[in-house]
Design a protein around this ligand. Structure first.
Ligand SMILES: [Zn+2]
Length: 129
C-alpha cells in the first residue's frame, strides 16, 4: 500500500504544478496579446482550457478521496461489490474504485447508453430537417 500511496502523492504534486503553470501562462498571454487575438479562437481555446482543467481538477479530487480512504483503511475495495481490488490493478490504476468485473460491467452499460443517446440525437436532427 505504501507504494500506491507514493504514486498518488507524486501524481497529486504533478497535477498541482501543472494546473498552477497553466493558470499562470494564461494570464501572461492575455496581458500580452489582449484584443489582437481573434475572439472566436480565444473563446474556443478558453473552452478547451476549462475542459482540461475540469478533468485535472476531477482527477485531483479523485486522488484526495483515495488518500483519505487510504488513511481510514477504506482503500482498495470495490464500490460496487465490496471485494478487495487486486494490488496489480491498483498499481496500474490507483484511482480505481471498482474491481475489474464491476468496472467492465459498468463500461458495457455506459457504452450501451451512449449508443442510445446518439441514436436519439441523430433522429432528432433528421426529424428537424
Ligand atoms: Zn466489484
Amino acid at each position: 500500500m505504501e507504494e500506491i500511496k507514493r504514486l498518488l502523492l507524486e501524481e497529486k504534486d504533478a497535477l498541482l504544478s501543472e494546473i498552477r503553470e497553466k493558470t499562470g501562462n494564461k494570464n501572461e498571454i492575455n496581458n500580452d496579446i489582449g484584443d489582437a487575438i481573434d475572439s472566436s479562437v480565444e473563446e474556443q481555446e478558453r473552452e478547451l482550457d476549462l475542459l482540461l482543467q475540469d478533468r485535472e481538477l476531477a482527477r485531483l479530487e479523485g486522488i484526495e478521496i483515495a488518500l483519505k480512504r487510504m488513511a481510514s483503511d477504506d482503500f482498495g475495495y470495490c464500490d460496487e461489490c465490496g471485494e478487495a481490488i487486486s494490488k496489480k490493478r491498483l498499481l496500474a490504476f490507483p484511482l480505481a474504485r471498482m474491481c475489474i468485473n464491476c468496472q467492465s460491467n459498468e463500461e458495457r452499460s455506459r457504452l450501451a447508453q451512449n449508443a442510445f443517446s446518439r441514436a436519439d440525437y441523430s433522429s432528432q436532427v433528421l426529424g428537424d430537417e
